[in-house]
Write a protein that binds this ligand. Structure first.
Ligand SMILES: *Cc1c(COP(=O)(O)O)cnc(C)c1O
Length: 477
């Protein structure tokens, strides 16, 4: 690497941006033209990059931003799994489009603070406008409901648990759970996202408070088991407060039976949260909307824009039926901040975050550029490419082990089932060869892991899924 010493004491924004834009314009061609023919990932020896950094960056003296940008770009280009690559069949990380990159650049440039409305009215209003469009898709009443952007689905799920605890245990926010003599418990299926384990740890209810409800052969929550666990918990003196319905499980894309869960929560008075972090995309395609019927009656919903829109991370979203719970949970008075302006919402007093970056701009610009119609057509294409993959795999002697209609395909092979090969070693071998990238997944504790291919990139086409099927077949020989 050749670093250029920085002789400008305070580099101007203009010089920095010109250098960066020049460099990025040159690299963009490389990203777009080469990435698809280049590897989706390269093996990285642990320790090699830290040694490189220690050798080249003494941090004592400054360097010109242009040379730094070139160097960092090269490190990233060869040192990450590339979600923009057509043969990336990974973990819900979409390929990005220009609108999202432009939005994050503008956000960094103007650096609006969205913690309080009066600080950045234009940015706050853009977020409200785009969130209202999502509320409409959910069927929530925008006049009553409350929504904000989050770093991701984990933060949105944590928000839901805190609101549910605050409503069910009036002492939770004052004296804390130690004063409540009953043991709070929540229900989530054995396929639910493991963020709930961390959230139980952080909120002080403890990891054992997460009751894992059995799933059926299609990995959907078994409502009979939910009822039985609930009755048992009541008998034992525990205090159930929340049911999490997962709409689109992370491992296999299964949808819990939301209407049945809703009946149950209405009957028992429990909070109903729907984790639709990825599966929320079903709301955007008419043919899949029935998978989410009743979501409009939930108390809260998690939905990640960064899993379904071609935008950079992180862009999660949290939706709640009413704002009052958020004020009760997160309301504070900070002596160094002005009072909220009449008719506006200061998010620092309604959510977990305090300082807030302009997360919503990339979602807004992408939606404004493509429209719901454009987004739907990208998703529909991913769905049809996934269907093509299922056909290729069945033809080549694999079997499909999940039943999701969405673009997520979990599959196995007699040679994996017999133990002659493992999904993990196939995944690792593919990653080291770098032509395609996919993961291994454990769907049932007593079965060998399967392979999991998710079509999260709108650029992925039928040739790419053919390559995937033939690469896996080759490794099984
Ligand atoms: C990805 C995912 C999460 C976590 O979201 P992050 O954005 O990664 O924090 C939560 N729930 C489900 C169902 C998910 O798929």
């Amino acid at each position: 690497m050749r670093m250029v010493p920085n002789d400008v004491r305070t580099p101007s924004l203009r010089a920095g941006i010109e250098a960066l834009v020049g460099h990025l314009a040159a690299s963009l061609g490389r990203i777009e033209d080469q990435l698809d023919s280049d590897r989706v990932s390269r093996p990285v020896e642990p320790g090699s990059l830290s040694a490189y950094l220690a050798r080249n960056y003494d941090l004592e003296h400054g360097h010109a931003i242009g040379s730094l940008a070139c160097d960092v770009f090269d490190m990233l280009y060869s040192g990450i799994v590339h979600p923009n690559h057509r043969c990336h069949f990974g973990l819900f990380v979409p390929g990005v489009q220009a609108a999202g990159v432009v939005a994050d650049t503008l956000t960094a440039l103007l650096n609006p603070q969205l913690g309080a409305w009066w600080y950045s009215p234009a940015a706050c209003e853009i977020e409200t406008f785009v969130l209202n469009a999502f509320l409409e898709k959910l069927g929530f009443d925008a006049g009553e409901a409350f929504a904000h952007f989050t770093s991701g689905g984990s933060e949105a799920n944590a928000t839901a648990v805190v609101l549910a605890l605050t409503r069910h245990f009036p002492n939770y926010g004052t004296t804390g759970l130690a004063v409540s003599e009953k043991c709070p418990v929540l229900y989530a299926s054995e396929q639910a996202h493991d963020s709930f384990v961390k959230i139980a740890h952080m909120t002080g209810i403890g990891r054992r408070a997460v009751r894992r409800v059995r799933t059926d052969s299609a990995f959907r929550m078994d409502v009979d088991d939910l009822r039985q666990q609930y009755e048992q918990d009541k008998k034992n003196g525990a205090s159930p407060f929340l049911v999490v319905g997962t709409a689109g499980t992370t491992a296999g894309g299964a949808f819990d039976p939301l209407p049945l869960l809703l009946d149950f929560t209405q009957e028992t008075g429990l909070w109903m949260h729907v984790d639709a972090a990825w599966g929320g995309l079903a709301l955007l395609l008419d043919e899949f909307r029935p998978l989410l019927s009743s979501i409009d009656k939930a108390d809260s919903v998690t939905w990640d824009a960064h899993k379904i829109f071609p935008v950079p991370m992180g862009a999660g979203m949290f939706f709640a039926r009413s704002q009052a719970d958020a004020v009760r949970a997160f309301g504070v008075e900070a002596g160094y901040l002005p009072d909220p302006q009449q008719g506006t919402v200061d998010l620092y007093g309604h959510s977990i975050q305090w300082s807030r970056r302009f997360i919503g701009l990339k979602v807004f610009l992408t939606l404004a550029e493509l429209g719901w119609k454009g987004i739907a057509s990208l998703l529909r294409q991913q769905t049809s490419v996934a269907q093509r993959l299922r056909e290729e795999l069945l033809h080549a002697g694999f079997s499909i082990v999940n039943q999701s209609p969405l673009p997520l395909v979990c599959f196995t092979h007699p040679r994996i089932e017999s133990g002659a090969h493992s999904a993990d070693s196939i995944g690792a071998e593919l990653a080291s060869q770098g032509r395609v990238w996919l993961s291994a997944v454990s769907l049932s504790p007593n079965r060998p892991k399967a392979l999991r291919a998710c079509i999260t990139n709108h650029r992925t086409n039928e040739e790419d899924v053919k390559l995937l099927a033939s690469e896996v077949t080759r490794l099984l020989r």
